[in-house]
Ligand binder design. Structure first.
Ligand SMILES: Nc1ncnc2c1ncn2[C@@H]1O[C@H](COP(=O)(O)OP(=O)(O)OP(=O)(O)O)[C@@H](O)[C@H]1O
Length: 248
C-alpha cells in the first residue's frame, strides 16, 4: 500500500450538487505517479464533471482534491494549470489557420520579464521543444502544414502536443479517440504509453479495446460514486459493472 502522501492526486469525499442533484457524490480515488487511470461508466455517471472539478471549471460543494499535497478546490483554473495540470476537452481546440509548428509554439510556456538578450536562447529552446513534441505526436513531417488540413486524429494529437509542451505533471483527456480510425486509436495508445514517465494521466473513455490498451487501473463511476476499481481484468468481471455498464 502506497502512503497517501505519495499520491499525485488524492480525491476525497468530493461532492458537487447542481440544484440539489449530486452529480458527484462523496467520491474518493487516488492516482499515482506514472499511472494511466481510465474512468469509465454510463452516460451521466459524472465522469466529465470530475475532470471539471479537478481543473477548477466547476466548484466543489464538499470534499477535497489534493495535487501533490496542494488543495485545488479553492484555486482558480489558471492557478491549477500553473500548478501542472493540463486538460483536453472532447473537441479539438487548435488554431486551424496556423501551422502545426505555430500551434505548438504559442502553447510553449514563456516566462515573464524575459528581455532581448535572452531571445536567441529562448528561440532555440522553443524550437527544440516543438520538435521533440512533434515527434511524440507523430507530426514531425507536418510542422509546416496548416493545422486545419490535418486529419481529425492528427488534430487530436496536436492538441495533446499543445498540452505536452507545457510539461504537465497531470494530463486529463476526455474521450481522446472519439471519431478516430482503428489505426489512429492504436497509435494514440502508443503515444499515451510513451508519455507517462514522471507524470500521471487520467482518461475518460468508452472504447473498451482502447481502455485495455492503456489502463493501469480503471475506476468505474456510477451515479457520481465509485462502483468498482482495479485492473481492467478485475472490473470487467465485476458483476456490478456488467449490470450497469458493460452489459449494455
Ligand atoms: N453545470 C451543470 N448543471 C446541472 N447539471 C449538470 C451540470 N453538469 C453536469 N450536470 C449533470 O450531471 C450529471 C453528470 O454529467 P457528466 O457530464 O459528468 O456525466 P458523464 O459521466 O461525463 O456522461 P457522458 O458519458 O455522457 O459524457 C448529468 O446528469 C448532467 O446532466
Amino acid at each position: 500500500m502506497v502512503d497517501k502522501k505519495d499520491f499525485v492526486l488524492a480525491v476525497e469525499g468530493l461532492t458537487v450538487s447542481f440544484d440539489g442533484f449530486k452529480a458527484v457524490n462523496d467520491l474518493s480515488f487516488y492516482v499515482e505517479e506514472d499511472e494511466i487511470r481510465v474512468i469509465i461508466g454510463p452516460n451521466g455517471a459524472g465522469k466529465t464533471t470530475v475532470l471539471d472539478l479537478i481543473c477548477g471549471k466547476t466548484q466543489a460543494t464538499d470534499g477535497s482534491i489534493k495535487f501533490r499535497g496542494k488543495e485545488l478546490t479553492k484555486m482558480s483554473e489558471h492557478a491549477i494549470v500553473h500548478a501542472g495540470i493540463g486538460r483536453k476537452f472532447q473537441n479539438p481546440s487548435i488554431y486551424e489557420d496556423l501551422t502545426v509548428f505555430e500551434n505548438l509554439e504559442i502553447s510553449f510556456p514563456r516566462g515573464h520579464g524575459v528581455f532581448g538578450a535572452l531571445a536567441f536562447k529562448r528561440d532555440a529552446e522553443v524550437i527544440a521543444a516543438v520538435e521533440e513534441v512533434a515527434e511524440t505526436i507523430f507530426l514531425s513531417e507536418d510542422l509546416n502544414k496548416t493545422a486545419g488540413l490535418l486529419s481529425h486524429g492528427q488534430k487530436q494529437w496536436l492538441e495533446i502536443g499543445m498540452l505536452l509542451i507545457q510539461k504537465p505533471d497531470l494530463l486529463m483527456l476526455d474521450e481522446p479517440v472519439a471519431g478516430m480510425s482503428v489505426a489512429e486509436r492504436k497509435k494514440t495508445a502508443e503515444l499515451l504509453n510513451r508519455i507517462t514517465q514522471g507524470r500521471s494521466v487520467i482518461v475518460i473513455e468508452h472504447d473498451m479495446q482502447f481502455v485495455e490498451d492503456i489502463a493501469h487501473r480503471v475506476t468505474v463511476l456510477h451515479q457520481g460514486k465509485v462502483l468498482s476499481e482495479g485492473s481492467m481484468e478485475r472490473v470487467k468481471n465485476d458483476p456490478k459493472v456488467v449490470e450497469v455498464y458493460l452489459g449494455h
